[in-house]
Structure formats: structure tokens, C-alpha cells
Ligand binder design. Structure first.
Ligand code: TXA
Ligand code: MG
Length: 355
């Protein structure tokens, strides 16, 4: 299959309309279109068409028990796919939509099992990215979309990443340039008495609590290790995810000690003949002595780290790094979402210095 890439930033308004109309035709005929959102690129299909959703799983190599998020462009679409929408849930949607928050609600019968992995709940998000909104509106469908990476790879933050993973597998990629946020939406389960965060994301627990008063975090994702005893409520959280090919290790502690430790570890591995990658920050990059050194952003500005994280992991793969030593951050300074993704990328391997 030929994969057409359309750069929405450089074409005329007429060409843009034409491209989005064609994208809509592909969706209505059961095909797949990758599109930008404010968080990461999505791989879209008609969410009410079970066969179209099956194609998403096939293209990504995704396990079939891992449900998809349904993307909408207007509030009226919520009641088409969800039931028992509590006033609390409406409050959350009003406060955060359009934006990087996904809400779990009981599903309507019309939502195929293929979309929800057989669950009786449905994940819904209204993205704020103008291209995403226009794409959904012009398709005249509710768009089921996971992140547009091959299963197990870091989520795509550039159209080029989608092309790397999906070329020959899907007919169209809409290129809206680099995404703004760079990590996925926060998933909050609104089916119970108290909202529960199933996946940390750009919207923090504190921001949600300002609206709902109380918020819990799914115990399966709260810790610093992969929990073996508690099953994650978002099926996707149990998979090895976001991971580069090389073995990644996080090094935590006082920054100057971390830099010293990473230099030591990198030198050892290089002496053994391995290609070594180092993930530092704008503040520390000049302090590294060897290996493939990249900055993930500034310690002072968490949003720069979120925006670069997945791209840096992909660049480490491209550089052929066999071991990747990365600086770590404290949740308090960088937030739950970034640390959750970094710990997963590192398979929960953490070295603590100075203790
Ligand atoms: O920012 C995002 O959310 C991006 C963009 C494209 O919107 N999408 C995204 O989708 O990250 P995906 O498929 O990579 O992750 C969806 C997550 C998975 O962990 C899945 O298990 C969970 O949402 N999920 C979907 N439906 C669910 C449900 N009914 N109950 C619990 N978890 C659900
Ligand atoms: Mg994903």
C-alpha cells in the first residue's frame, strides 16, 4: 500500500479542504488515517466500524485486549457513545475539553467490542488540535485512535515518526508539524464515586482535583516499579511501552553525582565495545565526556522535556545505542506523567547514587 503524506502547513486553504475531504472518505470507507493531536499523533478509523478498528490493531501489531480512545469534536457526541454520564463527569469534560484528557464512561451498545477490547466502558477524548478537530468534523464520524506508533515503540510526536512505523500499512498521514505537548492524555475513570487516574498525562492530579475535589490514582500505576499484584485498569498500562531498542537505565540522585555516575558507567560500557547513549539535560550536556549525548530539555521547564522525550528515544534507536544512561527527575519537579513514561522506557531499571 502506498502511504501518502500531506503537509497541512504548506498547502493552500483549498488544497487543505480537499485533503481533509479525502481523509474523511478513507475513514467512511473503513480505512485508516494518521493525524496530529496536541498530545501525540493518532491512528484514526471509524470508531463505530468494527472492521475498521480491527485494521488499527493489525497496522500497529497491537494486542486485541487493549482498547482504543474515541475522539469527538462536539459535546453532543458524548451521549451517542456513553451512558450514565454523571454531573461530575460533565463537569470534568466542561473543564478540560477540548484538551489532553480522556474520560472513561459506561458505553452505549452501539460501540463495538472491537473498539473497547470487550470492556463495557468507553474512553472518550475531545482533542484541541485544530487539524484533529477539522479531520473529525469532516469525516462525520467518531474517530477511534490509539497513538500512531507500532505497538511497543515510543509514541509519534512528528509525522516522520508515523511514517517510520506505518509506511506501507496505511493510505494517508496528515502532517501538522511537531505536536505541542508530546506525551499522551491523562486518562480518568469517571464510572465510580471517585474519579480515578488510570494513566498520568499532561493534566495533573492537582488540576483535576481543583474541579472534582477528590481524585485517586490507580494503585497499579502509582509506584516506582511495575506492580505484579495489582492489575492496571487501563489495559494498555501493563505492556512494555515507549521503549527504545537499547537497554535504558535511569540514574537518580543529586545532579552532579548523577553526571559523574553516568560518565563512569558509560566509560565502562564503551571500554567493553558497546555503543552508549546518554540522555542529559540542557544544564548538564556539556559535562558528559563520551558516547552519543542528547539533551531531553531543560530541568527548569518540564514542558520541554515532555515535548522531546519520545523523539529522543527514537533518536537513540536510530543512533544504534545499545546502552542508554539517562538522568532521572523527581516527580515533584517533572510531574507524574514524564516519570511514568521514563520508568517504562527504562523497564523500571533505576540506579540511585549517593546512597
Ligand atoms: O493522548 C492520547 O490519549 C493519544 C492521542 C492520539 O489521543 N492516544 C493514546 O491512545 O494514547 P493509546 O491507544 O495509545 O492509549 C489508550 C489507553 C490505553 O492504555 C488503553 O488501555 C486505555 O487508554 N483505555 C482505552 N479504553 C479504555 C477503557 N474503556 N477502560 C480503561 N482504559 C482504557
Ligand atoms: Mg499508545
Amino acid at each position: 500500500m502506498y502511504t501518502e503524506q500531506i503537509d497541512l502547513k504548506v498547502i493552500s486553504e483549498d488544497q487543505r479542504k480537499h485533503a481533509l475531504d479525502r481523509a474523511g472518505e478513507i475513514i467512511r470507507s473503513g480505512g485508516l488515517v494518521a493525524f496530529p493531536t496536541e498530545t501525540v499523533y493518532g491512528l484514526g478509523a471509524d470508531g463505530m466500524n468494527a472492521e475498521a478498528c480491527a485494521r488499527i490493531y493489525e497496522a500497529k501489531g497491537r494486542p486485541s485486549d487493549n482498547p482504543l480512545i474515541l475522539h469527538i469534536a462536539g459535546m453532543a457526541q458524548v451521549d451517542e457513545i456513553a451512558r450514565e454520564v454523571s454531573p461530575e463527569a460533565r463537569k470534568v469534560m466542561d473543564a478540560f475539553w477540548p484538551g489532553p484528557l480522556t474520560v472513561i464512561l459506561p458505553k452505549q451498545a452501539c460501540v463495538p467490542d472491537r473498539t473497547t477490547g470487550g470492556l463495557d466502558t468507553v474512553a472518550i477524548r475531545m482533542p484541541s488540535h485544530p487539524d484533529a478537530r477539522e479531520f473529525i468534523l469532516r469525516s462525520r464520524r467518531i474517530i477511534a485512535a490509539p497513538s500512531a506508533n507500532a505497538s511497543g515503540k515510543p509514541s509519534p510526536t512528528l509525522a516522520r515518526h508515523v511514517y517510520e512505523d506505518m509506511k506501507g500499512r496505511i493510505p494517508m498521514i496528515l502532517d501538522g508539524g511537531p505536536v505541542g505537548i508530546g506525551i499522551e492524555s491523562t486518562i480518568v475513570d469517571m464510572t465510580g464515586d471517585c474519579p480515578v487516574i488510570l494513566r498520568p498525562g499532561y493534566m495533573s492530579r492537582e488540576e483535576i482535583a481543583e474541579v472534582t475535589g477528590q481524585v485517586r490514582i490507580d494503585p497499579a500505576i502509582a509506584g516506582r516499579t511495575m506492580s505484579k499484584d495489582v492489575v492496571a485498569k487501563a489495559p494498555g498500562m501493563k505492556y512494555r511501552h515507549y521503549a527504545p531498542k537499547g537497554q535504558m537505565i535511569l540514574v537518580e540522585g543529586d545532579v552532579s553525582q548523577v553526571v559523574q555516575k553516568i560518565n563512569e558507567l558509560a566509560a565502562q560500557r564503551q571500554a567493553e565495545g558497546y555503543r552508549v547513549g546518554i540522555i542529559g539535560t540542557d544544564e548538564t550536556v556539556p559535562c558528559y565526556q563520551g558516547g552519543i549525548v542528547k539533551s531531553i530539555g531543560s530541568r527548569e521547564h518540564p514542558e520541554t522535556v515532555a515535548a522531546s522525550l519520545y523523539r529522543i528515544l527514537r533518536e537513540m534507536d536510530a543512533s544504534g545505542a545499545e546502552y542508554i544512561y539517562s538522568e532521572s527527575f523527581f516527580r515533584e519537579e517533572m510531574g507524574d506523567a514524564i516519570m511514568n513514561r521514563m520508568l517504562k522506557a527504562a523497564g523500571y531499571r533505576v540506579i540511585t547514587c549517593g546512597r
